[in-house]
Design a protein around this ligand. Structure first.
Ligand SMILES: CSCC[C@H](NC=O)C(=O)N[C@@H](Cc1ccccc1)C(=O)O
Length: 667
């Protein structure tokens, strides 16, 4: 039977797997699975149990709207997770900690944290968990927190008052007057103890998660990353601190104002701590490297200093304490690596595509990874065996659709450097025919998508609409070494444009490219690039642009949540050198803009505030340049609701079609 053309409705039928957690003997894994309903316009996330030894996955929970962060207890007798549920006549108004036995039955809430549970980690004894909750630091005791939180939620005022440098992050405001503390929850009593109560300690205010701390193997200590500065800026230099749970004494493990530390993990013997370390005092573009130090403090050692890659957390010690596992990018892909500590050498353990998560226990490794051809899949890697896929979610769905091929190419870009370009062909591609070409310019700029399944910029979905899709990992992209990433610093727009234009030149030399039908689109930094192109590329080279959540005016961008980074990247604060900032800012070149542009923005986007898109759209209208605006009052940087995503795709491809002269008529 002929395969269908992949479309946005099919993309939203894809079931999305979350990070896996293995049981102590490695025989089972639990993960979250998210499903979406276009008609209902919403998603639902439940927990699934999978065998690493074969057999079909089994749904573990059904009742929750969004059961998240499942983790096996150290004894394997329970699975802990975070959820907002209605149970025993009580509706959670904040996410709570739940447990469920792996052989099924009903999940039960453990205790009640009035200010909610953000994330958790099991204690080795399986009788307690350490959890993160946003509390009012001036109060003492759970009852006072509950009383204050209830009063705050009942207030009639809506104003948000703050004196903090960091008050919002990506798409949400930092909870007013609250900071993230570490609490211990005793499963037998449901009682919590706030470990930071009465102190100035707190975890990062920028999306604190379970990798911001670790519990020692003997359960007596917790090491956590914290910002010693009272200002708590978004570009903080975190230090590592340890609390002894019996004495409640805090001791410094690693701190250096030149460095930013994160993702602490105790070694199996508890004597050392591995962590990520970025030499921010040297330059803001310095990568996260792997470091290790004695738990008792003393000199820490950047063991991956000679390895020109960026280490992603979380870190995972091998059981022998001789190596650390982590995910890191390399040339537009991301792999699972093993870093041998004595040899200071990294080797790939599992190759991506794009690996996003893993867990290892009792010699069994489980990985979660995708490629441009398929969404995330779970594989078990048992000693001496070939990797085995342990689920088949989406196979039946995707098997009914036709997908084109994709390839990695290298072109000569700016500075004469080799630059990676990914090319995604439409199904049934025939090089003797002519095709429209669609640039999808990635964001960041310090990212490097490539062999990856994305839920908005899905290369295969875009190619299925009949385009040859191009993704250039331009200068400034990650995964090609620090010099390449840092090459654009203080000159944003310059080298990236040369790379994108070199790619278009390559395209125009291809017999299958229809030079009348070349389009450029991009999101965030990619949106910045298409706005930049509108002021710098000869009109007519591109038939039309699409600018999603694009940075347009770097001075006005100071309203974003990342303003602390601007001077480091652009080379000046706008009030000190407006010319230098304007020289990298699309708005300063508006007079040259002539190419029709669809502008898309979400009102809840605080990384690139929607005024950026509105200003760009208004400017094009004032210039008499053909433009269209798609604005979402209830979306952030990413357009997460199914029906809004479908509208995004309809407007996106409708805009391209409206500016597509179509295939040349045969003479
Ligand atoms: C370097 S500051 C921005 C951090 C982050 N980039 C990672 O590579 C990011 O949020 N990038 C935005 C674009 C942007 C750049 C500078 C300031 C605000 C937003 C993105 O592309 O998503």
């Amino acid at each position: 039977m002929a395969k269908k053309k992949f479309n946005i409705d099919a993309l939203w039928k894809v079931e999305r797997l979350g990070a896996p957690s293995l049981c102590p003997d490695g025989a089972q894994a639990v993960c979250a699975l998210s499903r979406y309903d276009m008609a209902e316009n919403k998603g639902q996330t439940s927990l699934w149990l999978l065998s690493t030894l074969g057999g079909q996955p089994r749904a573990l929970t059904h009742a929750g709207e969004k059961d998240a962060q499942p983790r096996f207890s150290p004894r394997g007798d329970l699975i802990g997770f975070v959820a907002k549920r209605e149970q025993e006549g009580r509706k959670d108004d904040e996410p709570q900690f739940y447990v469920i036995p792996p052989d099924g039955g009903e999940a039960r809430r453990v205790g009640h944290v009035a200010t909610g549970v953000e994330a958790f980690k099991w204690f080795p004894d399986g009788k307690r968990v350490a959890l993160i909750s946003w509390v009012r630091p001036e109060l003492k005791g759970a009852a006072a927190q509950a009383k204050a939180h209830k009063a705050f939620k009942a207030r009639k005022e809506t104003g948000y008052a703050t004196s903090e440098a960091t008050y919002r992050y990506w798409d949400h405001f930092i909870p007013q007057g609250r900071v993230p503390h570490l609490l211990v929850l005793d499963l037998s009593t449901g009682k919590t103890t706030d470990l930071f109560e009465g102190t100035a300690y707190e975890l990062t205010r920028c999306d604190p998660d379970a990798h911001a701390f670790d519990i020692s193997p003997d359960g007596r200590r917790i090491v956590f990353a914290q910002d010693p500065s009272p200002l708590k800026p978004v570009d903080a230099r975190l230090a590592l601190t340890e609390i002894d749970l019996r004495s409640r004494r805090f001791t410094e493990v690693a701190r250096d104002p030149e460095w930013d530390f994160g993702h602490p993990r105790y070694s199996p013997d508890g004597d050392h701590v591995a962590f990520t370390a970025s030499h921010q005092g040297r330059k803001h573009t310095m990568p996260r490297q792997l470091a290790v130090c004695p738990r008792s403090g003393g000199r820490w050692d950047v063991v991956s200093a000679e390895w020109d890659h960026e280490v992603d957390g979380p870190l995972h010690w091998e059981e022998d304490g001789q190596a650390v596992l982590f995910i890191a990018e390399q040339r537009g892909r991301s792999h699972l690596w093993r870093f041998d500590l004595p040899d200071r050498r990294a080797e790939i353990v599992v190759e991506g595509g794009t690996l996003s998560s893993f867990d290892k226990t009792a010699g069994t490794l489980v990985t979660l990874g995708d490629t441009a051809d398929h969404p995330s899949r779970l594989h078990a890697h048992l000693p001496g065996e070939a990797p085995r896929r342990i689920e088949s979610f989406n196979d039946a769905l995707l098997g009914g659709y036709a997908f084109g091929a994709h390839e990695e190419r290298w072109i000569t870009g700016a500075l004469g450097d080799k630059v990676q370009m990914w090319v995604f062909y439409p199904p049934g591609f025939d090089k003797k025919k002519k095709y429209p070409v669609l640039h999808t310019i990635h964001g960041g700029p310090h990212t490097a998508p490539g062999d990856h399944w994305h839920y908005r910029w899905n290369y295969k979905l875009f190619a299925s609409q009949g385009y040859v899709v191009i993704n250039v990992n331009y200068h400034g992209s990650s995964s090609f070494g620090n010099a390449f990433l840092d090459s654009i610093t203080h000159r944003w727009g310059e080298l990236e444009l040369q790379d994108i234009e070199a790619a278009t030149d390559w395209v125009l030399k291809q017999p299958w490219a229809d030079r009348r039908r070349v389009f450029a689109t991009g999101g965030s930094y990619g949106g910045y690039m298409v706005a930049w192109m509108n002021g710098h590329v000869k009109p007519g080279r591109y038939a039309a642009y699409v600018c999603h959540a694009g940075c347009y005016d770097w001075t006005a961008m100071f309203a974003d949540d990342a303003y602390a980074w601007h001077a480091k990247e652009l080379g000046a604060w706008y009030w000190n050198d407006q010319a230098k900032v304007n020289a990298q800012s699309p708005h300063a070149f508006a007079g040259a803009m002539k190419t029709p542009t669809l502008v898309i923005h979400g009102a809840l986007d605080y990384r690139v505030p929607d005024q950026q898109g509105l200003a760009y759209y208004n400017t094009l209208k004032a210039l008499g340049v053909e433009a269209r605006l798609l604005w979402f009052p209830d979306e952030n940087h990413w357009i997460l609701k199914p029906r809004n995503s479908k509208l995004w795709h309809e407007e996106f491809f409708g805009w391209l079609a409206a500016h597509d002269p179509g295939p040349k008529k045969k003479a």
